[in-house]
Ligand binder design. Structure first.
Ligand code: FCB
Length: 436
């Protein structure tokens, strides 16, 4: 059965940052530092989903999508990151799961969508190898509570973006700009993923996935320099996070002047066997392809020169639906039999939505979704085993460094009143699902 759904993440929607024993996460710290997020926005309140989840489940039920991907806040469950769980935090997800099931919706929780407990950041965050074990302990606690009702689980969301934006460039929490010294963050996340897979299976989880951010990489020209630069970028963004999981080895990093990838990443004996534990699916989040040229200056071995000649979203991201077909068929070509079933766990766009008395007439979003779903169908027709598609996002929400400026939802949220208004795209998706 093909899973249709929508996706959200804890810090982006829940709010209730101080309630019921929740501890601070790196995103609470980061958003409260001046200059980090556009206009100083924070997720303190966000969509107030923590209190309004019943209304949001009703919106999901009205949509008729069979699945809902959400994330669990680690600091709500373990305020200090480790130790004794916070019962009220677990209770929240227990209620949410029961509410979803009662509405006939399959819950698909993600265990880590970037909101590391600050207490663990104080111990080095994902630069500290010990976090991998702490993550597995947390996974076990959550699964113990929910795996009797939750079949499908996702360990991490987009370890590349978390490493690159959070630790490489410092534009996301925890705000460190270590460039290539951030590489151990890749390995520690993947080691945590592998240990969590074990913990989830031990607790009875049915299906376990990892979600990666994936981009098809296009060289700016046929020149050997641009082709080599594109290959270097592909290694960092895509292969670094899929090869070890699917093939059991890290890719060659010589384009980065690194002769011994395992040394640079901090790999120890036995780690890769943990990381390559079989998966039931690979989650891929797709937003756009990337166009890469040889760099004009020394430093990193690539330059992102942007895709031109396509419409763009409010974020300025190019709209290239065929890139999703290219990505899915490219994954199959690269990994062959090692590729598990694929789930598109995020796809969507921010648009300059305008709320009028008639609602939000977001025709660009409708076209975006229609064309990307068609690209998934083409990839399936070409033989790629795609088993799900989740729209990012159910609700307008806190879009990380952009605060509330980028609206991705099928449902408009007025952040002053918390009023939800389904957009034209919500009605379109509902009708699309009903007709299948
Ligand atoms: C992805 C994130 C998600 C959301 C979208 C727009 O990288 O996983 O939380 O912010 O981008």
């Amino acid at each position: 059965m093909f899973l249709w759904g929508t996706a959200t993440a804890a810090y982006q929607i829940e709010g209730a940052a101080d309630e019921d024993g929740r501890g601070p996460s790196v995103w609470d710290t980061f958003t409260h530092e001046p200059g980090r997020v556009r206009d100083g926005h924070t997720g303190d309140v966000a969509c107030d989903h923590y209190h309004r989840w019943r209304e949001d489940v009703a919106l999901l039920a009205g949509l008729g999508a069979g699945a809902y991907r959400f994330s669990i806040s680690w600091p709500r469950v373990l305020p200090e990151g480790t130790g004794a769980p916070n019962a009220r935090g677990l209770d929240f997800y227990d209620r949410l799961v029961d509410g979803l099931l009662a509405a006939g919706i399959t819950p698909v929780p993600t265990l880590f969508h970037w909101d590391l407990p600050q207490a663990l950041q104080d111990r080095g965050g994902w630069l500290n190898r010990d976090v991998a074990g702490w993550f597995a302990d947390y996974a076990a606690i959550v699964a113990e509570r929910l795996a009797d009702r939750v079949r499908m689980w996702i360990t991490l969301n987009e370890p590349f973006i978390h490493m690159a934006f959070g630790y490489g460039m410092g534009v996301h929490a925890p705000g460190q700009a270590l460039l290539l010294d951030a590489l151990p963050v890749a390995h520690h996340q993947l080691l945590g993923h592998g240990l969590a897979v074990r913990a989830l299976r031990a607790a009875g989880a049915g299906e376990v996935l990892l979600t990666n951010n994936c981009t098809p990489v296009r060289p700016a020209s046929d020149s050997p320099q641009d082709v080599a630069a594109a290959d270097a970028y592909d290694v960092l963004h895509n292969r670094l996070f899929a090869d070890p999981v699917l093939l059991g080895r890290y890719p060659d990093l010589s384009a980065y002047g690194i002769g011994d990838p395992d040394g640079a990443l901090g790999v120890r004996d036995g780690d890769l066997a943990v990381i390559t534990a079989p998966l039931d699916g690979l989650g891929v989040n797709y937003y756009n392809p990337t166009r890469i040229a040889a760099p004009a200056e020394p430093g990193l071995p690539f330059a992102d020169v942007g895709i031109t000649g396509h419409p763009t979203t409010a974020f300025g991201w190019p709209v290239v639906p065929d890139g999703l077909r290219e990505l899915l068929t490219g994954l199959r070509a690269r990994y062959g039999a090692a590729l598990p079933p694929v789930y598109v766990t995020e796809n969507g766009c921010s648009q300059p939505d305008e709320l009028t008395p008639e609602g939000v007439d977001d025709q660009e979003r409708i076209a975006f979704l229609r064309d990307h779903i068609a690209a998934v169908e083409e990839a399936r027709a070409e033989g790629v085993d795609v088993r799900g598609y989740f729209v990012w996002s159910l609700l307008d929400n806190f879009e990380w460094a952009e605060g509330y400026h980028q609206r991705f939802g099928l449902v408009h949220v007025d952040f002053a009143t918390q009023r939800r208004t389904p957009k034209a795209s919500y009605h379109w998706f509902r009708d699309f699902l009903a007709a299948r």
